[in-house]
Each structure stands twice: as structure tokens, then as C-alpha cells.
Design a protein. Sequence first.
Length: 422
Amino acid sequence: MLPDLVEIIPPSTRVNASVVLPGSKSLTNRALVLAALADGEVTLRGALWSEDTQAMVHCLGHLGFEVTVSDDPSEPANRTLVVTGKGGNIPKVGSVEAPLELFVENAGTAARFLLAMACLGEGVFRLSGIPRMHQRPQAALIRALRELGYRIDSPNDFLPAVVHGTGPKPGARCRVSVEESSQFASALILCQRTGGWEVEVTGANEDELPYVDMTRQLVETFPWNGGLYEIEPDASGASYFWGSDWLVRGDGERVRVEPAPDSGMQRDQNFLDLILGQPWRPSYSRNSDLADSIMTAIVLAPFASGPTEFTDLGRLRVQECERVEALRTELGKCGARVEEHDDTLTVYPGPLHGAEIETYNDHRMAMCFGILGLRVPGLKLRNPACVRKTFPNFFIKLASLGVEMRDVATGEPLSGDRLLAE
């Protein structure tokens, strides 16, 4: 089990490693919803087994769905999940007096997808999460569900929210904006086949639309009458090891991701071409270039040959933490010059030094700064176990590149299961 504060010590020898990645969180949680709504038994192979996907599985269990879980011999952070779909029926429901409780923890996908799915049940459901989840936006989705004719009780359009499900509403129509999050549209599209409703997606937020396309592609290719669905490796997770390769590359490839995600469904697959396949550019946009992996690029930027501007970062402010401020603050601790203007960060090249990094209970902050330990001595991470949200064995993979990790409190080296985020 990971201690509260760890130090990452750079490799003493040349890095030469291959990394096998866990499955995509985005695909796993979408596929779990579709499997529950399918007619028959669906096997999800290569599914990520992390805090977010476990939250979804637990909620499906509370709704009465049977989900069996077995180990995946090819990747410890994956599972094979067998879901018995009920053909669009929700087996367990609550009442006005005793709503069925669905606790989504810190999983944004579970919160949004289950808000829509609960409407398909003939009963009352109460969705809640950890305090940070109660601060994350839900209003556009709640408005769209009300437009379809469902009653959602939430005085401020945040969680906690009480859903009064009344089953499918064939022919009902709604509009939903992706300006704040694509997950609102994805939630409606995942449940659209069962709900019978029509969804118009609005908003010009280019960085969110690929996630909507992912959802539509998944719906089109899913085994609705039962069968097997393979979850491909996580492209956002791949960015940390593609970024590691960029940090240590020198005269050739040093870190290989095998197999690499290549379906085109995950936008962060672009990282491989934009960062490793081209010369470093003076500007990257979250709207048109990179999604979550833009955080990885921001952390690499002090090692670039010139200033780099990262634009359209507004979405990062309303995720697991205020990520724009967090990135600026923590890179600054390491000696980087970072300027913030509106939703843009400009990072200047320059040497970095060790520092104690606050991760803000944000898995992506921990992983982005974790790979800096390949080049920056004296880097310490607070609460590294927050990676359990999407990549519980991340630090085991990082150690395979040759870094040493130590418990700062005791000075003891960490290895094996002591690097696992539980």
C-alpha cells in the first residue's frame, strides 16, 4: 500500500522498457451501462478495474444487475466482467419514501450516466458522491432530462439529486449542450436506444465532441443481444508512458506501450503523433489537439526548446480539482516559469528541481508529475494513492522504467504491492 508521501529517484541506468496498459476507463464505464441495458449476457474483456469502474459496478449491483468479476491474466489492473442485461428493465427501484441510493464516489462518468439510466426505472433514486462530486456541474444534463419529461429534484442542479424514473419515453426530444462536458450528451446517447428519445447535441466545444463520437461508435458496435466486447487500452494512461519516452528518448525509443490503443475512438491517442511523431510545437489546444493528455504535455513543456502555449483549458477547472491552477502552482514549485492568462497556460523552458508536489486527490496530477521523476531528482508526491481512480498499478509500471520509489517517512524503498494504490 502506498504511503502518504513518496520520493521518486531517477533511473541510474539507461531506460529500456515495455509497458502493458490497463483498459480504458471511458470505454469500460460506457460499456457497463450498455451491457446492463442489453438483452442477454455480455462479456467485457480487458475492462479497467479501478475506483471509478468499481463505483459503476457497485451501483449496477444496487440496481439489481448481476455482474461477475474475474481476473485478467494479461493485466493485473483489468478484469473480465460478465453482465446479465435485462433488456432495458431496471430490476430494483426505490420509492418516494425510500429512494434507492446510488453512491457514485468521485466518478463523473458514473454520476452522469446513472442519472440518465435511473430515469428508465419505474421508481425513485437518489444519486450522491464525495464532496468534490457535489461541486461538479450537472445542470445541462438535468435540464435535458426534465425536457424529456422526467422529474429530477435538485435545488441547485448539482448532486445530490433525486430522480423520479417513469420508464422509456418514445418520441420525447431534448437538447443538450457539451460546453461544460461531453458526458451529458454521452449519458443520453447511451440510454437513447432503450429510452426511445431523440437527442440534439449543441455547443461548439471541439474538445468534447470526440467523446460523443466515441459513445455513438460504441452504441453502434455493441453486442446488444449478448456476446463479447473487448475494451482497448487506455489512451490517457498511455500518454504518461509516451511522455516518459519523450523525456528519456535521446537517440531512440526507450519506452514502448504494447499494445497501443489504435481504434481512433480515444482522442488521447493523438498524443503519440503530436508529441512523439512531430517536432515540439509552440502551441497546443485542448479543443483541437489533445484531451486529458494535454496535462501530460504541460508537465513536459519545461524541457522543450522554447515557450509553449496551452490554450482552451477551461474544462480542466471543473474536473477532479482546479487543474489549471494546480498545474501552474506545482510546476512553479519545481522552478518552472508558468504564466496563466484566462484559460491559457504558457510554459517556458528551464531547469527543474525537486519539490513536494500536492496532488489535490487528482489521479492525473499524480501521474503527470510522477513521470517527472525520470528526469528531476528530489521529486516527492503527496497522496500518490489517488491514482486508484483510473490506474491503480501506475507506480508499479513507473518503477518498471527504472525509477526507485521511497517512503519519505521511513526512507524505505517501495516495490511490488507496496506500490499498488488500494
